[in-house]
Write a protein that binds this ligand. Structure first.
Ligand code: NAG
Ligand code: NAG
Length: 313
């Protein structure tokens, strides 16, 4: 009896999460792609905003399945397959599909660990002749790239546009990462592992202009260039925690705990939206702007006085 108790206690202890989850991007609450479309400017529901994509329905770009997660993430019910193609063209020279957090939590304070896992297969693999930006912030102070530099088939971790680490992006392997971002001392480090292995720190923190408006952590991919060939990217175990870092992959996805603070509406005027359309000479972006960022048909969102004021013309 005593032994049984001790054994089960130690198993549970192994699953204890180290930090507090400040935002969970678990796909457990998204059973179908249509669930992402419930989010709108009028009804900012769910844990993700979904408005950076092409004109097709969410099911054209997103798919959910238990087959799409890292099997090590035992409490994730499913992972995400994200597809980019010529139907996801933005600003004529980029193809992109991204999810960003919908939360009132402050995702840019103290030291936070931004966790995600990424994979590709040999079906619709990424094309290394094009630059890709993967899981980035709007200012790109840190991100992964693919299709760049002397080893274009590597996943390359960048800080302020400089390569800091890279690994061959082999098919059918889950790559687990956490960006360790210290918003107080303005630096960022990288934790990494593959498969079910625990994360280890692979790059010590280096200086960076760490900043997020708490709605610009782009979970997805931007491909620079126009090509019709679709690419499938898989994502799993997305969450942001306060330290100390949880290195274990086996503990699965976190509970959907959030710490509400000040609401931070999205302010990026450059991304396409499917929400309400702004009319001629109406504001479509700028610091603090939380209204529509899409312009009515035939109009463009013009940077009249960046970064403060953008207008539909
Ligand atoms: C907002 O979205 C939620 C979740 O989809 C839904 O239950 C609710 O009815 C919506 N509210 C409005 C005002 O549409
Ligand atoms: C973040 O930076 C601050 C200020 O330099 C430091 O006191 C703190 O220990 C750092 N946090 C972590 C987790 O390293």
């Amino acid at each position: 009896m005593q032994l049984t108790f001790l054994a089960s206690f130690s198993i549970l202890a192994g699953f204890v999460r180290a930090g507090t989850v400040v935002w969970s991007g678990s796909f457990n609450s998204y059973a179908t792609p249509a669930d992402f479309e419930r989010w709108s400017w009028a009804n900012q529901t769910g844990t993700y905003q979904w408005y950076i994509h092409g004109s097709q329905p969410a099911s054209h770009y997103l798919a959910l399945s238990p087959d799409y997660k890292n099997p090590a993430h035992t409490s994730e019910q499913r992972g995400l397959k994200l597809t980019i193609d010529s139907g996801a063209t933005w600003n004529s020279q980029m193809e992109r599909a991204e999810l960003i957090p919908q939360t009132t939590a402050n995702l840019g304070t103290g030291t936070l660990y931004y966790h995600f896992s990424v994979k590709h297969t040999n079906n619709n693999p990424p094309d290394s002749t094009f630059e890709h930006q993967i899981v980035f912030f709007e200012s790109h102070f840190t991100e992964f790239k693919y299709g760049v530099g002397p080893r274009p088939t590597n996943l390359v971790w960048m800080v302020m546009g400089q390569e800091k680490w890279s690994t061959p992006f082999t098919a059918d392997t889950w790559f687990n990462f956490a960006y360790e971002i210290n918003f107080s001392s303005l630096n960022v480090g990288l934790w990494a592992s593959t498969g079910a292995s625990p994360l280890t720190k692979v790059v010590n923190n280096v200086p960076a202009s760490t900043y997020t408006n708490s709605a610009d952590f782009h979970v997805g991919v931007l491909r620079i260039g126009n090509t019709p060939a679709p690419e499938d990217w898989f994502f799993s175990n997305v969450y942001i925690e306060d330290g100390p870092i949880t290195t274990d992959q086996g503990s699965g996805s976190p509970p959907t705990t959030t710490i509400p603070t000040t609401p931070r509406p999205p302010t990026d005027p450059t991304i396409t939206t499917r929400g309400p359309m702004q009319t001629l000479y109406g504001q479509c972006g700028g610091s603090g702007w939380s209204g529509p960022t899409a312009c009515a048909s035939g109009l463009r969102c013009v940077a009249v006085s960046p970064p403060y004021y953008y207008q539909c013309q």
